[in-house]
Design a protein around this ligand. Structure first.
Ligand code: LLP
Length: 391
């Protein structure tokens, strides 16, 4: 049987001793992506990019991203700790989330992070109180729910009035009024996030238009806004994991530069997660069995929904490649070992003929992969390796 271990950019010959399933992170691609982001931003001196740590908090990945100079967008005390440990400076850390616990707020105050993205008046009151107890002042942006839809999966749309996120637009001015009475809160500006895996620049344009309206309104009321944070959401091509540039940062930043009417001196912040890390990651798994069912052939692999939950949770597509076989393609359902019928990575996909022991790559799995893994069925968590681990 002919087995050529030559596919893609994977050091497959070095994978043989590694326990599967595991995540492999191509750091050359990650560094290229970070370089592209920095180059695209260079022409706009008031653009600040924060990496949304929720997408992938592998310490080695975080260190590479912090070295590239990005800030960190965190949604928990754990993420703030991980970011500080990986070298992100506190003055580049922003902290969002609808349910910040007291210990998390205290941690952020002690670290003196750049800004809290605040999602409700009760949260503001608690931050004010905790900051008072420490005799300090918390810098905040108000997360406004812009009621702008995004053409993406319903589970990852966040900017509609029906979602739990942010403060309603009509409550924006009254909330800013309340802040004036809070001695331990400094108002920096506004924060938004409309959803994830957005490929239509028109959605970001709609957000820009909404922010322009809100800024006009604030100006009428003499409210000074020094910072605007537009969140993240830029999508990637799951069909073409190797296509460069990945993804189109040029059009993304240009959309904001051309449609958002920034006032002099204003700083613009982005919180990109998926776009930074999705394409550099693959879940590497081994074929356990090739099973002929009544109607179809199954490739049963040793990774399951516990390792990569996106297909089960969002019906997400990840390109699948057989790294070990060059034999003609056959059609398979690729499934995991978990006791759930939703533990399916793909139905009716064409793969080079599979055999027990073949290595399979689930591509574009660098974002919301390893970090969303669970121990359901008492399974061990998958490990993450970077290119340098195999040199
Ligand atoms: N900022 C905020 C406030 C967010 O809620 C998110 C993502 C981001 C930034 C980063 O968004 P990105 O640039 O990665 O689209 N687990 C889902 C995605 C959930 C995204 C949640 N919020 C998935 O696997 O598709």
């Amino acid at each position: 049987m002919k087995r050529e271990l030559t596919k893609g950019r994977f050091p497959i010959e070095k994978f043989s001793g590694v326990t599967t399933p595991f995540y492999y992170y191509d750091t050359t691609l990650l560094r290229n992506t970070l370089r592209t982001i920095n180059e695209e931003c260079k022409s706009y001196d008031n653009f600040n990019v924060h990496y949304a740590v929720k997408a992938n908090a592998n310490p080695k990945v975080l260190s590479i991203i912090s070295q590239a100079g990005l800030g960190a967008d965190c949604v928990s005390g754990g993420e703030i700790r991980a970011s500080l440990k990986s070298g992100f400076p506190a003055n580049k850390i922003v902290f969002a989330g609808v349910g910040k616990s007291d210990w998390e707020i205290n941690l952020a105050l002690d670290a003196d992070i750049f800004c809290f993205n605040v999602e409700s008046v009760p949260e503001l009151e608690v931050i004010n109180e905790l900051a008072a107890a420490k005799n300090t002042v918390a810098r905040v942006c108000l997360r406004i729910n812009p009621n702008v839809g995004a053409h993406t999966h319903a589970n990852i749309t966040t900017g509609l009035a029906e979602n739990k996120f942010g403060i309603a637009m009509e409550d924006m001015l009254p909330t800013i009024e309340r802040i004036k009475e809070m001695k331990h809160i400094e108002f920096l500006g506004l924060h938004f996030h409309i959803g994830s895996q957005i490929l239509d620049m028109g959605d970001f344009e709609a957000l820009c238009n909404r922010i322009n309206e809100l800024q006009d309104l604030l100006e009428k009321h003499q409210v000074k806004v020094s910072n605007i944070n537009v969140g993240g959401g830029l999508g990637v091509s799951y069909d073409h994991p190797n296509r460069q540039p990945i993804p189109n940062f040029h059009d993304y930043f240009k959309t904001y530069a051309s449609h958002l009417r920034l006032r002099p001196g204003q700083e613009l912040h982005f919180e990109l997660g998926r776009a930074v890390v999705a394409q550099m990651g693959s879940l590497i798994t081994k074929v356990l069995y090739v099973k002929q069912g009544t109607y179809k052939q199954f490739v049963i692999v040793d990774a399951g929904m516990t390792d990569l939950i996106r297909p089960a949770l969002y019906q997400a597509y990840h390109k699948i490649e057989n790294l070990s076989s060059n034999e003609p393609a056959a059609t398979y359902d690729v499934v995991g070992p978990i006791c759930e019928s939703s533990d399916v990575f793909a139905k009716a996909v064409d793969l080079n003929t599979a055999h027990r022991g073949d290595l399979i790559a689930l591509r574009s799995a660098g974002a919301y992969g390893e970090i969303m893994a669970s121990q359901y069925n008492c399974r061990p968590l998958p490990k993450g390796y970077i290119t340098e681990d195999f040199i």
